[in-house]
Design a protein around this ligand. Sequence first.
Ligand SMILES: Nc1ncnc2c1ncn2[C@@H]1O[C@H](COP(=O)(O)OP(=O)(O)O)[C@@H](O)[C@H]1O
Ligand SMILES: [Mg+2]
Length: 323
Amino acid sequence: MALLEVKNLSITFDTKKGPITPVRDISFVIEKGQSLGVVGESGCGKSLTNLALMGLLPDNATVKAEKMSFDGNDLKSLSNNEWQKIRGNRMSMIFQDPMTSLNPSFTVGYQIEETLKLHRSELNKVQRKKRLLELFDMVGIPDPARRLSQYPHEMSGGMNQRVMIAMSMACDPELLIADEPTTALDVTIQDQILNLLLDLQKQTGMALILVTHDLGVVAQNTSKLQVMYAGEIVETGDTQSLIHSPRHPYTRGLLNSHAGHGHPFRSPLPSISGLVPDLFHRPKGCQFKPRCDIAVKECELEQPQMIDCVRCLKVTGSLGGQQ
Ligand SMILES: Nc1ncnc2c1ncn2[C@@H]1O[C@H](COP(=O)(O)OP(=O)(O)O)[C@@H](O)[C@H]1O
Ligand SMILES: [Mg+2]
């Protein structure tokens, strides 16, 4: 059984300007221990998808899904009590900015200890302290005994993100969702944090969803890749094959605009012209058509999924049994 299974998930918001559907009919599966990279420009629905998986969407969001299950548990019908057993315990998430995830009024040690009290009630105070020190050691926080009694503002952004990682690892999750975990950090420490996450994944065997702008990172460290555009998954597959023979013009555009791909010294970097569609005025048919340099009239007629996109497949030579 897959660890996570999502079938036809859509997320709609009722806004003053009318309803919008930033995530449309997406389906994917994650196996135990698998690492999934998720890429796509800002506003493509990556974070909303993650929040839906964690049951953390705002109240004005409506979630529709044929299936959304974690290790056989139907996430759509969990009670608060049941959510508590899964969220922060078997499945946890770290966000872009550690400063907005940590509570400024409490020491970092206290905040992680609260997680342990909630999910590991069998541990006594001494055992919890031992686990806290172990966790800080695991995420490379030096002088853990002193750090535990510090407040978030007494630490650097990188150190706070290590605290968040320690908190998310406190209960040995089976799935960790890392949503652009280094975007808010200094460039110099981004690599350290990413390497830490990837090491932890390898050590513990947990599954990882890694949302990042860095195609180089996903290319080297994830086994499966998912490309999102305008709330849809336009292409997905084994990371190496997808990077080496992308089929969707959007994936090709992303790869071309990535510095490390093929022409490292190319300058200026090509980027995909145009913008992701305004969700209130979605284009007809293929959402990428307005920006696609190989689009034809028929792309506007219906909603071609990547796999049916005859035009895309013809251009990349994937028709004729090569799939
Ligand atoms: N609470 C909300 N109400 C209305 N629209 C929202 C809300 N949250 C996000 N959106 C819209 O959903 C789209 C996708 O958001 P998000 O998942 O955060 O994108 P990504 O993480 O890929 O950058 C955005 O265009 C955003 O405007
Ligand atoms: Mg996001």
